[in-house]
Design a protein around this ligand. Structure first.
Ligand code: M6R
Length: 611
């Protein structure tokens, strides 16, 4: 979380920085700021969004060819003007922007205070900035060494950019635990927390590794590793275009991303699910496939929506490949001394590839000797680089804070993996394998048909926009879909919502049922259909309101429920992909009708890079 941008070259830096901050605002939007260097360093910052910063700066010219910008998700210190980045050192020598957490900031702050250093903000970042300034002032070192020495005293995570007023020809960038990408132009460099602000200027990028420090002049980039060795930067080419990170005519990124799902699901299985040969290939897993086939246990880790995708994965691997699965919140995993054997397979799921809790869990699993695989969306992000092998989802950039297309693409990958392993293990007959492949190919078109129900779903949303609570129910494969539907509603509309296995309702939540709270039931036709029909009757018997997602032509539930959303027929394996789409739309429309900022819900950030 927190977005970082930087620029050095011949252009005016400010438009590059403001543009970049707007693209990164999904990472945090509590405050924003920029620093521009020309003879002196000028800092402008304020509470609020990038648009507030623009208003604050006004129309007066702000010149400089070197600069940095920051959009904040507050960790230490409330969102206000003073706590906004960039921070300036007490002696005015250094300016810094930072993403991450300095865990030992309190002790460092006390020590600096004892030496007469004054602080203006409550942030851990200012502590680091003052530490750099103090070392620079009291030792015979240059700016780079002052940064290095300060970082050697720091416990925690950082992606940061520093400017020094005495060395006005350079930016210094460093990374440990928080991502940083450098865009390589013609005698110019761009810096950012991810590649979205960079792609419109250059497709050549360098991803910094943990421990790297980059000294960036307009005509030269020097990259040094944690051992202070000069390293040859590995320049990679971005594979997406600027058009993919625009709203494309939709009112919100979230709506655009919901509507992109037929394409993104297809992009994720293209070249992997082969209709012509009725075969499935996953190149990223080729070398580890024998271990997957022999696996005694799979442990899936993730957070939020990615954890929900992991729960679908549990059903998929156990059903299709007969491998026992445990699904763990990455944030809990390492705090409970987990039992991981060397022959366990750990699968980490993450859209961003930067979630700190997931990264920490991966490190622990590797320490314990497990083979760790990644399912990730952002190419070149930390998780694919930390894992032994993996499969990319090809969802394209997901900008809306509420995850939508990432979920369906993660489930697409998990389904491909389970089917492939099931076949290789001999659990799936060739006939079943071929049937699953044929059905896979139909998912994008079926998803498209669900999107055509948007107006119908919008009408249902209009009836329930003012509720304060909602219950989501599902069984089997569709239970994680209920959880995901509830998360979508609460995170963007601020309506309290709970997801439950439908049969668990009678063990407690049934007490909540009244004629005001909608109960959203995912009830497509599968082996537990009769049971969920009974659950719906239990709700109706208590004057509850039922919104049911059902299989097309289901007259039984239509006669019982208050509203039905009919989706194309699909077996369990694919019903998860289809049934989540109406729930995404329902949440979206309710949030819009309530006047909520769906792309940037309060208190949230897209990429949670702090533990
Ligand atoms: O980037 P990741 O998939 O690792 O992110 C995990 C969660 O932070 C994320 O899914 C979050 O729960 C979303 N806001 C859900 O919509």
């Amino acid at each position: 979380m927190c977005g970082i941008v930087g620029y050095i070259g011949d252009r005016e830096a400010l438009p590059v920085l403001i543009n970049g901050l707007k693209r990164l605002e999904y990472r945090g939007y509590d405050s924003a700021g920029v620093a521009l260097l020309r003879n002196q360093i000028d800092v402008y910052k304020c509470k609020g969004k990038v648009s507030d910063l623009e208003r604050f700066m006004g129309d007066a010219p702000h010149s400089g060819n070197i600069g940095m910008g920051h959009t904040r998700w507050a960790t230490h210190g409330e969102p206000n003007d003073v706590n906004a980045h960039p921070h300036t050192s007490y002696n005015g020598k250094f300016v810094i922007i930072h993403n991450g957490i300095i865990e030992n900031y309190a002790r460092l702050r006390e020590r600096l205070k004892e030496r007469g250093v004054h602080f203006k903000s409550e942030t851990d970042t200012e502590v680091l900035c003052n530490l750099i300034g103090y070392i620079y002032e009291n030792s015979e070192v240059d700016a780079e060494m002052a940064v290095r020495l300060a970082l050697s005293k720091v416990v925690g995570a950082y992606g940061l950019v520093v400017m020094c007023v005495d060395e006005p020809d350079k930016l210094i960038a460093a990374r440990k635990g928080s991502p940083l990408v450098i865009g390589v132009g013609n005698e110019e460099y761009f810096l950012a927390s991810d590649a979205t602000p960079i792609v419109e200027y250059t497709k050549s990028v360098i991803y910094l590794n943990d421990g790297d420090v980059a000294i960036i002049r307009k005509e030269q980039l020097i990259l040094k590793t944690s051992a202070q060795d000069v390293a040859v930067p590995k320049v990679q080419q971005l594979t997406f275009d600027i058009g993919e990170i625009d709203k494309g005519g939709y009112e919100h990124f979230m709506l655009k991303e919901i509507f992109e799902q037929p394409q993104s699901i297809e992009d994720t299985f293209r070249g992997r699910v082969r209709a012509d040969e009725l075969e499935l290939h996953l190149g990223g897993l080729y070398e580890v496939l024998p271990q997957l086939v022999e696996a005694k246990r799979i442990v899936i880790i993730g957070c939020g929506t990615s954890w929900h995708a992991g729960l679908v994965g549990e059903y998929l691997f156990e059903d299709l490949a007969r491998i026992p699965v445990e699904v763990e919140y990455a944030s809990e995993f390492r705090y409970r001394n987990p039992i991981i054997h060397k022959d366990d397979i750990v699968i980490a799921i993450s859209q961003s590839g930067e979630t700190a809790d997931t990264l920490a869990a991966i490190k622990l699993a590797k320490e314990k000797g497990a083979l760790v695989l990644g399912i990730c969306n952002v190419v070149g992000s930390s998780i694919p680089r930390e894992t032994d092998a993996g499969v990319y989802t090809h969802a394209g950039p997901e900008i809306g804070v509420a995850s939508t297309k990432a979920f369906t693409c993660q489930v697409t990958v998990l389904a491909m993996m389970a089917i492939l392993i099931g076949k290789k293990k001999g659990v799936l007959s060739t006939e079943r394998y071929h049937d699953l492949i044929k059905e896979f190919i139909k998912v994008p078109a079926k998803t498209q048909r669900i999107l055509a129900l948007a107006d119908h779903i919008k009408k249902i949303a209009s009836l329930y926009q003012n509720v304060t609570n909602a219950l989501y129910l599902g069984r089997g494969y569709l239970f994680p879909v209920a959880l995901e539907g509830a998360l979508k509603l609460k995170e963007i509309s601020y309506i309290h919502a709970e997801g439950y296995p439908a049969a668990e309702m009678k063990h407690g939540p049934i007490a909540l049922i009244d004629d005001k709270m909608p109960v959203v039931v995912v009830a497509t036709k599968d082996s537990s259909y009769e049971k969920i029909v009974s659950n719906i009757q239990e709700v109706k018997a208590r004057s509850g309101i039922v919104i049911a997602v059902v299989t097309e032509g289901d007259t039984v539930i239509r006669d019982m429920a208050d509203h039905v959303i009919e989706i194309p027929e699909a077996e369990n394996v694919y019903a998860t992909l289809l049934s989540v789409v109406p729930l995404q739309l329902l949440s979206y429309y309710i949030a819009v009708m309530r006047g909520c900022n769906v792309d940037q819900p309060r208190n949230l950030a897209k990429s949670v890079t702090v533990e």
